[in-house]
Write a protein that binds this ligand. Sequence first.
Ligand code: PEP
Ligand code: MN
Length: 335
Amino acid sequence: MIVQLDKNISTETIDNLQSKLKGIGYEGNEVKTQFDHYMICIGKKPFDIRSIGCLEGVKDIHKVTDPYKLVSRQWKVKNTLIDLGDDVIIGEGHFEIMAGPCSIESPEQVESVVKHLKANGVNIMRGGVYKPRSSPYSFRGLGIEGLKMFHQICSAHGVKIITEVMMTEQIDAMLPYVDIFQVGARNAQNFNLLDALGKTDKAVMLKRGISGTIDELLYAAEYVFSNGNERILLCERGIRSYETAYRNTMDINAIAMLKEKTHLPVVADPSHGVGVRKFVEPVALASVMAGADAVIMEVHQCPEKAFSDGQQTLDYAQAERTYGKMRGAFALRES
Ligand code: PEP
Ligand code: MN
């Protein structure tokens, strides 16, 4: 059960509500976000919802039977929109593309990608400065100085930034330079990181774990929300299966399923999802038709020279064609 509390509810009224909940065998967990104030009530005994709904300080009350609560569609039927400012909005009728290299490499590279994005009406650039690599000998990113450079160029052109944060300790320094924090697949259940991101006001995109279930992804989002941050996006980026013919198995089903289970926007990452350049476009289009609110993809001026993930990265001409087709698919889906 989720109780939405009145804006200026007093601590006395909250205490009173807590004791009423205890009386019916429920534990109340208070959650205050940038948008609202809630009491998440955990318990099993059936009771008349009206006995709580009529109490002082209660704005609204919702029965939620899902194991995750705040991210469930059972209480919030309307889709959540993520507003990044300057008319860049993700969710519900606002299809967005996030594109850019796997890794930020140099100012020249960022300038070149930004020019390409601007020419194609793409508002959000991706690029990692902290790279989780399978081998410690691979390129691991330019770090905070790289992020400052990335931000300087993007902000001069009105382009938003999504980049990965790997550790709680990185958050504060990154905060002024980021529009969306990405939590990578390898950190999908790093609950300390999720708690800490929940205490910020920044948008957070959570990637599905490499072997993560849909429920585990939703629980990860619940961590962020219950810490006070409602600005969450979920990302399907492929899962590990028995198939070895491609990098990951893009779970298109999950996109349709997530759209039903949660009010949060869903992003598709076909680049990591399939991991093979020539299949990125068809997988992206399938993702859009399945309901994705945004697509994130790897794009580089010269994919063969990319510091990381070149094999799944599109060049500018391929990317341009894919943007056009995705926008066409979105229009078809919405018609
Ligand atoms: C990335 O976006 O470059 C990345 C490392 O993604 P993932 O965490 O999905 O592997
Ligand atoms: Mn990558």
